[in-house]
Write a protein that binds this ligand. Structure first.
Ligand SMILES: CC(C)(COP(=O)(O)OP(=O)(O)OC[C@H]1O[C@@H](n2cnc3c(N)ncnc32)[C@H](O)[C@@H]1OP(=O)(O)O)[C@@H](O)C(=O)NCCC(=O)NCCS
Length: 177
């Protein structure tokens, strides 16, 4: 399995910045809390559907202590010249549906200063592959109807995505490739 507990891969953003992707660990709680503080109001609102300020201890436990089968997350960080890991830049995850083992809900967030450099696409692509390895065939996402960024990103990574509008929210069903 490629996306196992020790998954780690080096790559570059579209502007050439070296980064690494790796499995998110329980020790990443501070990284997530710091990232949340750095996110713009819009990005926080689009990710959580509320003008959320911080993450509670129980939310940090949920977001970092995954079973890696039904809930798995990949974090992205800068890659320092000496090969060590630098600042966290973004995270993507999926949580498997309790009623349908072939469906999972994805979530992806990139720090505002690092958006538009292909990181959202990389994170969603790799978390989709990790889901496929675990027998998941489709991602079902729910997002705010005005969130054009996630709509375009989903279509870019998963061309077979159907959208169902429902008032203020839109549901997307993406066939994993
Ligand atoms: C959605 C999000 C993850 C995109 O991350 P990103 O790193 O900026 O995305 P990328 O640079 O990889 O762009 C990938 C694609 O997304 C789309 N996209 C990105 N920014 C966009 C924008 N401002 N407007 C429209 N489409 C956009 C494009 O299709 C782009 O593909 P292209 O560059 O080949 O045209 C990021 O904007 C974010 O963190 N938003 C806040 C949290 C959120 O809304 N998450 C989704 C709900 S869980």
């Amino acid at each position: 399995m490629k996306y196992a507990h020790d998954y780690l891969e080096r790559m570059a953003l579209t502007d050439g910045t070296p980064i690494l992707l790796r499995t998110l660990y329980p020790t990443d709680k501070q990284n997530l809390a710091d990232g949340m503080r750095e996110l713009s109001f819009l990005s926080r609102y689009e990710r959580f559907f509320t003008p959320k300020h911080g993450l509670s201890d129980s939310e940090l436990v949920f977001l970092t202590e995954m079973d890696e089968i039904n809930h798995y997350a990949i974090g992205a960080g800068l890659l320092n010249p000496d090969g060590s890991e630098g600042k966290g830049l973004g995270v993507a995850r999926f949580v498997r549906d309790v009623d349908d083992a072939q469906i999972a809900e994805p979530a992806v967030t990139v720090l505002d200063a690092w958006q538009g450099k292909g990181l959202g696409k990389l994170l969603l692509h790799h978390v989709g592959k990790a889901a496929k390895e675990r027998g998941i065939e489709k991602f079902r996402s729910l997002f705010l109807a005005e969130n054009q960024r996630i709509r375009s990103l989903l279509l870019r990574v998963f061309p077979e995505t159907e959208f169902i509008a429902d008032g203020t929210t839109t549901q997307a069903l993406s066939l994993l490739v």
